[in-house]
Design a protein around this ligand. Sequence first.
Ligand code: PLP
Length: 753
Amino acid sequence: MDIYLDANATTPVLPQARAAAIAAMSDDFGNPSSVHGTGLKARALMDAVRARAHRVLGVTHGQLLFLSGATEGIQTAVLSALTALRSRREGGEALPGLLLYGATEHKAVPEALRHWNTLLGLHLDVLAVPVDGSGRHDLAWLRERAGNAGLVCTMAANNETGVISDLDGIQDALSDSPALWLVDGVQALGKLPLRLNERRIDYAPFSGHKLYAPKGIGLLYVRDGAPITPLLAGGGQEGALRSGTENMPGIAALGAVLEQLEEGGTFKTSATLEAYRERLTEALTEAFPGIVFNAEPAMTLPTTLNFSVPGVPSSVLLDLFDAASIRVSGGSACGASKARPSDVLVAMGLAPWRSASAVRLSFGPATDMALIAAACERIRACGASLRDSCMTPDMQQHALPVDRITRYVVDGAVCYLVADPVSRRCVIIDPLPELTQPLTQWIRCRSHTLAAVLDTHGHGDHSSSAAALRSEVPEAFADGGDTDPLGWPLGLDDIRLGALRLTRLAIPGHTADSTAYVLDDGEGPQAVFVGDTVMPGALGRSDFPISAPLQFAPSLNALDRAVGRDTLLLPGHDYDSRYACTLNTEIPRQPLLAAALDGSMDALEFARAKAALERDLAPTEFQTMACGARVDRGGELAAVALTPGELDRRLEAGCAVVLVDVREPYEHRLGSPPALDRVARREAVALSALVNTIPQWLALGDDVELVFFCRSGNRSAQAARALRRLGLKRAWSLAGGVALWPARSDEQSPAAA
Ligand code: PLP
């Protein structure tokens, strides 16, 4: 069962609202503008809902317009206010110079301000009212500028943090201001009285779907006397203020929700909701020791919690919660490699790690205790899973199995951890400063000895964090002996990790000190950590003062002689998520490499051609220095998506299918998708450990379909593309991920239930 805790994004539709909407589509389907009986019934319904809305919102001196939602309400209010300002300017009046909005406002507000300000040719200054660390507006700042403001927009409660604005304080700050005042009431509806009658609020938009009505219906409050300009002109509905035939199913559904608000029974009291939040807070604190809450409970809606867990990015927490079927959302939009910090938390001045790792958990006021109790139980399971994966700072005895090679990526730069679970020895290759904390945690939690921290070369785009790591975990070092500048222990020919052996090979070129580390498990080289010398689609640039361009081609030949053309090469940078390459995958794609290896270019010609390629290299998409000229940018990205239906057809046809769950171990632990109707072999190989299994997959017969899946289809698409590039033609990604997992034929669909 899904536990939906993302009510600030949207809510399910209340059964009474659903029934009312269906009735308005089947029996009472009339157009309220029609003058016959069917139309009159619809109008009566609409009038009754509007009257109820007036009562529930306490509005006697103003109008309530039905429209599509808050975004439209915001547009209408902003257009109205700005059109009035423009008329005043046209009448020769001097206008105030500012349009103000709270720094934590929903994007719809500042975007609407900028849009209409430009479109109407006003060109006033659009400024954000700063908020303090608790998320409340800086009233002194506002008071100082209020006299010169034409419109001020402040939300009643914030959608990310639940922080409730001090509307009386804002009103006071605006006391001598000519400004119109818009209060975004979206998150307040049903949770917080706005006292629209008593306050001088001019506009207040609301969205039905944030309170158990369907999407597509909303309300806009307009104070008597506040200017109003229609956004939509046409048939003259809503007193010609919002044309277009009314959304009667939406209005009927909203009416049913308002009825529950008015009559009581369905929605819990603030005290009950606070008690629910307290239960969730306790469960979260137990599950994630060290958790910090990003807003004061006393100042927030009782239905919203926003928190961060030190050392755990929000993308990890979201994957974790989703694996446990708890639907929450990030305080931020998550990019592929780095979470984009939440603008709201940044505006509050919270430490960057807090805004980058924030998670929002929100429930609606119709929630019951059973759901909260089930959520608490699953939250505790999420905490246990994270601890067992050594992802939180508190130690854990029952850590999950250790992979031989674990890969970490930060903005395209790759770091590897090579470990042997039997001898409990490990080596870190190309450590990155951002990883000192998780790597330290990994080593301590799994009680491993650190045999070495190696760099493949002196890096140009980032500093090695080897020294920081050594000083973080001094107790983990095998011996305190001296090392060369790249971290290799002096006097050793090889580094042993149980049965694994690491040797080094000098490959000067990218830099004069470039070194490859060859991993041998007793049956020959398994993988080579080649740094930036050979990357998927590029050779490392050799135009640095510390480069050795004339030695580049001889180094490529040395690599070829030492490990051959099919050994996996693991790069120091992987901008396009290709994971690994071999000389054989690169020769057809990289003409310079081919020329160096077939001898058609000597070292000097090679160096010259390479220099020409590297002239004026642009920075990467991560705004870091490019480590090589990419000649294969993956323009021909393979179409790897397989729909659940296509998977089913392959299984039905009797194809040999291997299904690989590439989610991380902390997600696997929380449950796998259910069995399918037809048999398929299943494996679980996290994306971070993918390189370990690549050789086995490449050895699969041509008749085997390798289908990767993950939470949403993004990670599995990476895995499938990487395998395709390495030569496996039948690598696929299950489109839509676990969310669209093919239903078993004996499972009833919700529609049929
Ligand atoms: N304002 C706030 C505070 C919101 O939370 C939202 C939706 O997330 C909106 C405005 C926009 O609402 P809608 O997308 O329903 O138009």
